[in-house]
Design a protein around this ligand. Sequence first.
Ligand SMILES: Cc1cc2nc3c(=O)[nH]c(=O)nc-3n(C[C@H](O)[C@H](O)[C@H](O)COP(=O)(O)OP(=O)(O)OC[C@H]3O[C@@H](n4cnc5c(N)ncnc54)[C@H](O)[C@@H]3O)c2cc1C
Length: 415
Amino acid sequence: MTTGRADIVVAGGGPAGYLAAAALAAAGLAVTLVDPRSDARWPNRYGAFADELQAVGFGDVAGATWRRTEVRLDEARTIAMDRAYAAIDGEALRRRLAAELAGHGGVTVDAACTGADHDERGVTVHTSAQGAWRARLLVDATGHRPRFVTRRGPDPSAFQCAWGVLGEFEGPAPDPDTMTFMDWSEPGDGAPAGVPTFLYAMPLGEGRAFFEETALASRPAASFAYLRGRLDVRLRQRGVRVVRELEIERCLIPMDAPAPDRRQRVVGIGGAASLVHPATGYMLTHTMKVAQRLAAALAEGIRADRSPARLASAGWDAVWPAGERRLHAFYALGRDLLMGLDAEGTRDFFEAFFSLPEAAARAYLSRELAPARTALAMTRLYARFDPALRQHLHREVLRRPAELIRGLVGLPGAS
Ligand SMILES: Cc1cc2nc3c(=O)[nH]c(=O)nc-3n(C[C@H](O)[C@H](O)[C@H](O)COP(=O)(O)OP(=O)(O)OC[C@H]3O[C@@H](n4cnc5c(N)ncnc54)[C@H](O)[C@@H]3O)c2cc1C
């Protein structure tokens, strides 16, 4: 039994699903978003550089914002970034997207998508609610372990792991205008030993703060007990005492999800499309851009009455354009380089990285590398590396020479 018809069914109502659904509806398409709890609060706390959020048209969902962002390497070395950072107000973002979706006639359904049957004209999407939806195309936004998208490679094995506490604290007051993007200093005596971790800290005023201990990328995943142990020691060492825990965040982000198979009839977005930045774990502002590109491509394809297979292919080109596919090798190189470093090597790496010209560091973090600039940034980074780091880089580069060369030459439209 068919319950309804749409141009596009979006499976998943996390940030990626809502971003895609709202953009597709605004582009004039009939959209149905399906999620078992379509109006539930998202569980994760999101953050982004304020200028990036602004640039993709979502400056209005910035919550607490810090004028300065710093990277602390150890007791002696701190790098100040002249860049504001924002905690994203997840509820404001979700409500804005839900209103945009509804305002353009989109529909939300509280159910899980349980299956999809593709045929020449489109797809029948089965749900856990009664009935099924008929559409031209299914967009999978079901997260990092996608329900429908298939990928070309083994399951992820490298993860960003973090243990965070939002709470009320007593102790030395942090600078309210500075967000600590990374603090790689040693947590202190008695901390469990293992992979290097850093503190991500947001002072929230009135004795409240969010502190998170993070293993940037580790294989196998660092355990929450390990991260929690290091955070406890770090805070104690600084004389910071938790008075009241308001929220605990357990974060696990796959950092090496294989590329999706672009020949499939389902198009993915967000975690489902492996859009996580492999060296930072960030995804959201990039997905905001990708949602707009996807909507434009699918709206054009549907107006031109393209076949579902051609629509899907155009959709994947919008989600993973050729240039971004090729440059992915450079972000993955950053991840693998970091995974092979001990704490001291990690500090040296970030000291070199953050002393690059600001535009180059920014382009790497924001995934806006262009080939000529990439080559220049790599050369500058190399010049700042010590011999051990250089050797490690040689090894990692030699593991993927063809991909890196492809990334540096012949990128369409790159500056
Ligand atoms: C704790 C944490 C913190 C993070 N912080 C940041 C950050 O600060 N900045 C950043 O850029 N990135 C961050 N990330 C990375 C990334 O942005 C998030 O993982 C993000 O939530 C991924 O969005 P998504 O919509 O792809 O998937 P999800 O948020 O996982 O949403 C998937 C949705 O799909 C639904 N679903 C699942 N199966 C089905 C089905 N069969 N049918 C219908 N619906 C289904 C689920 O109910 C869920 O609502 C963080 C990740 C984590 C885990």
